[in-house]
Design a protein around this ligand. Structure first.
Ligand SMILES: [Zn+2]
Length: 250
């Protein structure tokens, strides 16, 4: 059995996935001969979805590049790779629409993404294979804190979420995917993920308390669950929260 020694160096937050002694430095690793770049990167604990650029001996390569003895592999996440744009990317193209499927632990984040208008499927019964299938069939980006899920072969677009609480998680996803410009707050039902539709006051009058009818003129409805929303106190609280989230970080 021929083995070979390859040198690796990972940049920025990709180091979070590595064993402590491998972080922030070059290290040598014995690999099976002709192991692919993708395979070795995932063996080291880094899901392929987190990687934007791989260099071997200073040249950009695709994930399927077979590694050779004595080669030097450097691996970059999206942000760190920005200043080397002309190089080959490991994924050919970005998805046309930004749509998500969140794993069963990210209900809070899914809720906030819907609040900011992004189509986000979430169900706390989703299994990993279902998430993989849904993402592939519908062109959705998988959101998870489970790196084994991101290593699945059929999974092309994913985002490992580093933060533990939902608001910092939303900030992290917004920054990584540059979403602030395409946010459309309050256009999507928080419980169903269905788009909201404006509706004439007269059509919903019979379903609303008199106090609401007196104070508000504009209403939206979810055709999936039938709920009617207006810009009341709850809406204003959410509006303030969303504005704070969308504001550039100081
Ligand atoms: Zn609804």
């Amino acid at each position: 059995m021929h083995a070979m020694t390859t040198t690796f160096r990972f940049y920025a937050e990709l180091n979070d996935f590595l064993a402590p002694e491998q972080r922030g430095r070059e290290f040598a690793l014995r690999c099976a001969r002709a192991a692919t770049a993708k395979h070795m990167i995932e063996v080291l604990g880094v899901p392929h979805t987190e990687v934007e650029l791989v260099l071997v001996n200073g040249e950009s390569v695709g994930f399927e590049r077979a590694l050779g003895d004595g080669e030097r592999v450097t691996v970059y996440p999206k942000f760190e790779a920005l200043d080397v744009t002309p190089l080959l990317r490991v994924r050919e193209r970005a998805l046309r629409a930004t749509r998500f499927v969140a794993d069963s632990h990210l209900g809070g984040l899914a809720h906030l993404l819907r609040m900011t208008g992004f189509d986000t499927l979430y169900d706390n019964h989703f299994r990993d294979d279902e998430i993989e299938r849904i993402a592939a069939a519908q062109g959705r980006i998988v959101l998870t804190r489970d790196r084994e899920l991101l290593k699945r072969r059929g999974l092309m677009h994913g985002c490992y979420v580093h933060a533990l609480r939902s608001k910092p998680q939303l900030r992290e996803v917004f920054d990584r995917l540059d979403l602030a410009g395409s946010a459309q707050p309050f256009t999507r039902c928080l419980s169903c993920n269905a788009p909201l539709r404006t509706i004439d006051k007269a059509q919903v009058a019979s379903r609303l308390p008199a106090g609401v009818l007196e104070r508000y003129e504009h209403f939206v409805v979810c055709d999936s669950c039938g709920r009617v929303f207006w810009q009341g106190t709850h809406w204003r609280r959410m509006r303030e929260m969303v504005d704070a989230l969308l504001a550039p970080e100081s």
